[in-house]
Design a protein around this ligand. Structure first.
Ligand SMILES: C=C1C[C@]23C[C@@]1(O)CC[C@H]2[C@@]12CC[C@H](O)[C@@](C)(C(=O)O1)[C@H]2[C@@H]3C(=O)O
Ligand SMILES: O=C(O)CCC(=O)C(=O)O
Ligand SMILES: [Fe+2]
Length: 328
């Protein structure tokens, strides 16, 4: 028998049996960001699912389309050209390998650093001026959406000042990351009743993540008990917001960091943009005192974002990263 020391990369990407059409999450909470009820609706969705869709967000379709067109052009380059923009760590182009701890997915991506409201100058990838300009326009817009969502959240939670949460992502030194994911189609799986894992199940470590895709389905979330995976119907005109681990801690578990994953479509490619809003490295991550009931104690031991991030980046994608910070 021949034993291969290094099995081909593609063999390391897990296959999934996807939820059927009945498991489409038609009840995804929809928040109209222009409505007076937005604050209450956001809090309700974060408590129930840690996930919601945002409409009437005010971002021009052209801003999203330009970024998408440029991203498609980038991923259409030859593999050798794309590889020159890598590796992805700490920032740049990556293919199939997610993180540095052995996770694999059926995707290629750009992982980019954001400084204030645009790509960090220190991050020289992508190099093309048109792509950078389109991403900068998109990042400025999506960051505004994140800020409005965090302000509405603070309002709904009865927090003062109004920027109690949003300041954590707008402050000097806030740790914002931007990711462009491209999931090529996987025609070999057509008709087999299963899909390849595009991006394996995980929670996001930051406060919130704001996602927009090109309208190809694939995103799934785990419902609260984690027992059921449901497909999120795609909507290229909307944003989808995830509660991240840090926001779970700030609310002492009232909001839940949502487990999610992406499965590949056998015929259509998916392009997604995700803005991850994280706080400055020195930010203390602990339940906000106003959110603790009388006599209620923190479920977590004290840590800073730097400590959490360092620990999180040592874990595998599907690990429960917060477990090591829970009080026993
Ligand atoms: C396997 C990993 C990839 C990841 C770092 C980690 O060690 C665990 C968290 C992963 C994650 C998930 C959300 C974001 O996509 C991401 C950029 C992040 O902040 O945490 C990724 C990390 C990554 O791809 O480097
Ligand atoms: O690409 C997507 O649709 C989601 C990917 C994701 O969850 C992530 O990059 O953290
Ligand atoms: Fe994610």
């Amino acid at each position: 028998m021949v034993v291969l020391a290094n099995p081909p990369v593609v063999d390391q990407i897990p296959l999934l049996r996807s939820p059927g059409p009945r498991d489409s999450f038609a009840a995804v909470p929809v928040v109209d960001l222009s409505s007076p009820g937005a604050a209450r609706a956001i809090v309700d969705a974060c408590e129930r699912f840690g996930f919601f869709k945002v409409v009437n967000h005010g971002v021009a379709a052209g801003t999203m389309d330009r970024a998408e067109t440029e991203a498609v052009k980038f991923f259409a380059q030859t593999q050798a050209d794309k590889d020159r923009a890598g590796p992805a760590y700490p920032f740049g182009y990556g293919s199939k390998r997610i993180g540095i701890n052995g996770d694999m997915g059926w995707l290629e991506y750009l992982l980019l650093a954001v400084d204030s409201a645009s790509l960090s100058d220190a991050c020289t990838v992508p190099a093309a001026a048109a792509f950078r300009a389109a991403l900068n326009e998109y990042i400025a817009a999506v960051r505004k959406v994140a800020v409005r969502v965090l302000e509405a959240m603070a309002d709904g939670l009865g927090l003062a000042p109004a920027d109690a949460l949003s300041a954590m992502v707008t402050e000097q030194g806030s740790d914002q990351v931007f990711r462009v994911n491209h999931y090529p189609p996987c025609p070999a799986l057509q008709g087999l009743g299963c899909s390849a894992t595009g991006f394996g199940e995980h929670t996001d470590p930051q406060l919130i993540s704001v996602l927009r895709s090109n309208g190809t389905s694939g995103l799934q979330i785990a419902l609260r008990d984690g027992a059921q995976w449901v497909s999120v119907p795609s909507d290229r005109d909307a944003f989808f917001v995830n509660v991240g681990d840090s926001l779970q801690v700030l609310t002492n578990g009232r909001f839940r960091s949502v487990k999610h994953r992406v499965v590949t479509n056998s015929l259509k490619s998916r392009v997604s943009f995700i803005y991850f809003g994280g706080p400055p490295l020195a930010q203390r991550i602990a339940p906000l005192p106003e959110l603790l009931g009388e006599g209620e104690e923190s479920l977590y031991r004290e840590f800073t974002w730097a400590e959490y991030k360092k620990a999180a980046y040592k874990t595998r994608l599907g690990d429960n990263r917060l477990a090591q910070f829970e009080k026993k």
